[in-house]
Design a protein around this ligand. Structure first.
Ligand SMILES: Nc1ncnc2c1ncn2[C@@H]1O[C@H](COP(=O)(O)OP(=O)(O)OP(=O)(O)O)[C@@H](O)[C@H]1O
Ligand SMILES: [Mg+2]
Length: 251
């Protein structure tokens, strides 16, 4: 069983899109649990789940545990949904001893049932992202092929180190994933070169292209790999899933 966090405190870099598509693809062969730990609840929406119907969500899990009760089955994946209520949990948890380990403890109990657990995190380095990193074996970092994309990566890598040193975990970097790459713009190519230069060993081979079908699929409440298999982004996500499966088998 592998637990993978998709993290980057930079907003809109493709975390949720990557979590949804990777989850949908891995679920074709494996048992997959998706965990939405973002108050925005975008991953929940990606699977067409109606947030208003959810009685037990990640909010309840963070405050009262019992993750089993929060899992819903949707189109072949298990998912722990999130709603805006989660935003309030940050304050409710402040000062609680051991609050960094809540998700870790919850997932430990049930993770044996799954081959992969994929966690989508919010665009911040707050308590929910820390909970996700602490619970994970690997972190996957999407990097949008745009200017300023590299800002904050040093800080993120420092947080990964802190999780390992201060919270005594063994969190490994699965890799950095270039997303929304546009081969026609100079900025996209420059970002790819920059990441190659600074993080050569960590850069994943697969690059996700900018593709308008991704937006259409999100609006339709379905990951693009299900919405249109032949879309360029779908093909790249298939390549990514294979690359990750290969990497994790070797390690
Ligand atoms: N490959 C792509 N091509 C075109 N649009 C994309 C692509 N990937 C993601 N998008 C769009 O970019 C926006 C941001 O993507 P996404 O929600 O996955 O980012 P995020 O990192 O999860 O954002 P946040 O930090 O707010 O959680 C969405 O509208 C999504 O549909
Ligand atoms: Mg998101």
């Amino acid at each position: 069983m592998m637990i993978i966090s998709i993290a980057n405190q930079k907003g809109g870099c493709g975390k949720t899109t990557t979590a949804a598509n990777l989850g949908a693809l891995l679920a074709q062969k494996h048992k997959v649990l998706l965990v939405d730990v973002d108050p925005q609840g975008n991953l929940t929406t990606h699977f067409g789940i109606n947030k208003a119907d959810q009685k037990h969500t990640i909010y309840d899990v963070m405050l009262n545990g019992r993750i089993e009760e929060a899992i819903i089955r949707k189109d072949g994946v298990d998912i722990v949904p999130s709603t805006i209520d989660l935003a309030g949990a940050e304050v409710e948890l402040s000062g609680k001893i051991g609050r960094e380990y809540i998700l870790d403890n919850e997932l430990k109990r049930i993770a044996r049932k799954y081959d992969y657990v994929i966690i989508d995190t919010p665009p911040s380095l707050g308590i929910f992202t820390i909970n996700s990193l602490v619970a994970s074996d690997y972190v996957l970092i999407p990097v949008q092929a745009e200017f300023f994309a590299l800002e904050g990566l040093t800080q993120l890598m420092r947080v990964v180190e802190l999780v390992n040193s201060r919270l005594s975990r063994n969190l490994k970097l699965l890799g950095m994933l270039i997303t929304m790459f546009n081969s026609r713009t100079r900025s996209s190519k420059e970002i790819l070169e920059d990441v190659r230069k600074h993080y050569s060993k960590s850069l994943l081979k697969t690059v996700i292209p900018r593709n308008v079908t991704v937006t259409d699929s999100t609006m339709a409440g379905s990951p693009v790999v299900r919405y249109r298999k032949t879309a360029p982004a779908s093909k790249s996500y298939v390549a990514l899933a294979k690359e990750i499966e290969r990497m994790l088998k070797v390690k």
